[in-house]
Write a protein that binds this ligand. Structure first.
Ligand code: FMN
Length: 216
């Protein structure tokens, strides 16, 4: 029975969030294909993990046998996040663009979950696991657009998810999501709608393909 780890980081709840609508489409298809499977939902918008502090950071670099009681307490959360990642057969992450990069709650989760010698490094326990990132954004940062150099979501997440965790990374990018609300973007609404519809189709197709791959 396969397990999906679903991580949302939008500050907006379901219904008002572009990334959540696509991560839920992914989840819906996954559950339809996998009625007996498990979904672990970590909602960083509603329930953020604390920032990594010096105690938790030093615990990650020390032999657990030598941990002080404070390090043990701080490391318990990091271990739980690592276990969720290790338990998952596939991961989906909602990563909206806020001020050109990822939400600070997602960065806090990454800082806690990246444990050198366990989830990160040459022999990462997550090597080769598939992750799908839903990278919604209000504008467009696609290749060739004027804002392309300001894209710090996909560049960063590719580096950290593949480079540190060793995951196999795939992006779904609903773009121009601000078009319906911003009169200055009115003429971009059709492009937004196309991007939104394509993102939902890609989420369903990707979830289906992953279920089939895991069953093979
Ligand atoms: C705090 C904040 C900062 C944002 N910064 C950017 C930005 O730098 N570039 C951009 O294209 N859109 C920006 N947006 C718009 C969001 O990227 C866009 O609405 C996206 O679809 C949000 O996904 P969500 O609804 O799942 O949170 C910002 C939105 C918020 C709330």
């Amino acid at each position: 029975m396969a397990t999906l780890l679903l991580i949302d980081s939008s500050v907006f709840p379901e219904g008002g969030s572009a990334s959540r609508s696509v991560t839920s489409a992914f989840r819906k298809t996954w559950e339809e294909q996998h009625p007996d499977g498990t979904v672990i939902h970590r909602d960083l918008g509603a329930d953020p993990v604390p920032h990594l502090d010096g105690v938790g950071a030093s615990a990650g670099f020390a032999d657990p046998a030598t941990h002080t009681p404070e390090q043990q307490a701080a490391f318990a959360l990091r271990t739980r996040l690592a276990e969720e990642l290790e338990r998952a057969d596939a991961i989906v992450i909602g990563a909206p663009m806020y001020n050109f990069t990822i939400p600070s709650t997602l960065k806090a989760w990454l800082d806690q979950a990246i444990i050198m010698g366990r989830t990160a490094g040459e022999n990462s326990s997550l090597k080769g696991k598939p992750v799908t990132v839903v990278a919604s954004r209000g504008g467009s940062y696609a290749p060739g657009t004027p804002r392309e150099p300001f894209e710090y979501v996909q560049n960063y997440l590719e580096a950290v998810l593949n480079g540190a965790f060793g995951l196999e990374v795939d992006f779904i990018v609903p773009e121009l999501t601000m078009a319906p609300a911003n009169p200055a973007m009115a003429e971009l609404v059709p492009l937004y709608e196309t991007s939104r519809d394509r993102a939902h189709e890609e989420a369903a197709a990707r979830a289906k393909a992953l279920v089939e791959r895991l069953a093979a």
